[in-house]
Design a protein around this ligand. Structure first.
Ligand code: GMT
Length: 373
């Protein structure tokens, strides 16, 4: 099949998922055309079946707000017309679903019928899309998509709760390529971070308010008061300086390293003993799934779709949002006993395999086949 994929190119989960999906489909022989404003972060290697089309928005003195959505629709029309594209799969509703609607209408006038799939990822529904600034357009364009998918049952329920949706939403969970993440840890790297065998705790996010990164720091300090440990924070975003300020309040600050944005998650995660995710909401929590695939138990909140991947007391523990005491207690329960830790690590891998790329990508292919027919 010839498929156009529209996504955000950044480190966020929706862009990562869309890129990994495109790469997996390309490996299966499909031709994939990415349309976005920058090369997607996880699209670093050449692949004969992958094409990348960059949306450029020319500046003009009149434009205080350059019209990205218009440029995007025009690019969709161009790519679809000139590359025998059979379907358009847009990730994250804003503004991709409405841009797809415009492109679909333009193409229909030219006698080209292009089916549109919109995949909802999380904040496009639970945070940004709900705002009245966007809601009418988001609602309309979701209803106009030929197929709507959500990445968890929780996100499906949230979408029905917050929007007047007239069609069925199909749930296709996030996935991970377990073989890529389940690697032996790089010993020199591990020794560099934890020279005295300290436990390595990792958090990765885009440091937005919704992630409550300060809770990661607080939880870590409670753990570190009891056992030698190091915290690696991966990613960057608006709340990084607040998290750094929180870290500097403690004499244990030197045990925390802010590593910034990192592309090679599959090299870093395997050195971790535990993954911390303290979010106020996660539609799914792809970062937690990648940790499980690297055999790293997860301590998280029980927000949103996280209970769909973390089995409490099996591959990790979930606590109420903000309950840093409970999160640290659970972390210590896992880390202080080698047998328990080994068991949770083994279970993490078993759990991750349920969401392996091999099980999930065919679900998208089935949808595509259905639409094209
Ligand atoms: O987590 C973020 O803030 C990034 C965000 C995005 O839209 O890129 O991630 C969302 O999509 C991921 C992939 O489907 C999900 O795994 C994340 O849970 C979801 N984030 C939120 O719902 C906050």
């Amino acid at each position: 099949m010839n498929i156009a994929i529209v996504c955000y190119p950044t480190f966020g989960g929706s862009g990562v998922l869309a890129t990994e999906l495109g790469k997996a489909l390309a490996d299966k022989g499909h031709q994939i055309h990415f349309i976005t404003y920058q090369q997607p972060v996880r699209l670093s290697h050449f692949h004969g079946n992958i094409f990348y089309h960059e949306v450029r928005v020319p500046t003009y003195p009149l434009f205080d707000y350059p019209p990205y959505e218009t440029a995007l629709s025009s690019m969709m029309v161009d790519v679809i017309t000139n590359n025998h594209i059979q379907l358009l799969h847009v990730h994250y509703a804003i503004p991709h679903a409405s841009a797809a609607y415009i492109a679909k209408q333009i193409l229909a006038k030219q006698g080209i019928q292009i089916p549109v799939i919109t995949t909802l990822h999380g904040t496009d529904i639970t945070l940004v899309g709900r705002d009245k600034t966007y809601r009418p357009v988001v609602t309309f364009s979701m209803n106009e998509s030929d197929i709507l998918t959500a990445v968890s049952d929780n996100l499906k329920a949230e979408t029905y709760k917050n929007f007047d949706i007239e069609k069925e939403i199909e749930v296709i969970h996030n996935f991970v390529d377990v073989t890529r993440f389940n690697k032996k840890p790089i010993d020199e790297f591990k020794k560099l971070i934890a020279p005295n065998g300290e436990k390595i705790i990792v958090h990765a996010s885009n440091f937005r308010k919704i992630k409550r990164v300060e809770d990661v720091v607080k939880t870590f300090f409670l753990i570190n008061e009891k056992i030698p440990a190091k915290l690696l924070l991966l990613g960057d975003g608006p709340e990084r300086s607040a998290a750094e300020a929180e870290a500097r309040k403690s004499p244990l600050v030197d045990n925390i390293k802010f590593l910034g944005k990192q592309e090679q998650m599959e090299d870093i995660l395997p050195v971790a003993d535990l993954f911390l995710l303290t979010s106020e909401y996660e539609s799914f929590g792809l970062a937690a799934l990648e940790a499980l695939a690297a055999e790293v138990p997860v301590i998280s909140t029980n927000a949103g779709g996280l209970p769909e991947i973390i089995i409490n007391g099996y591959c990790g523990f979930m606590s109420e949002i903000g309950d840093v005491e409970d999160m640290s207690k659970n972390a210590l329960h896992i880390l202080q006993n080698k047998e328990t830790h080994d068991l949770f690590k083994a279970n993490a891998l078993v759990q991750a395999k349920k969401f392996d790329i091999e099980n999930i990508v065919p679900k998208y292919e089935e949808l595509y086949q259905r639409l094209i027919k």
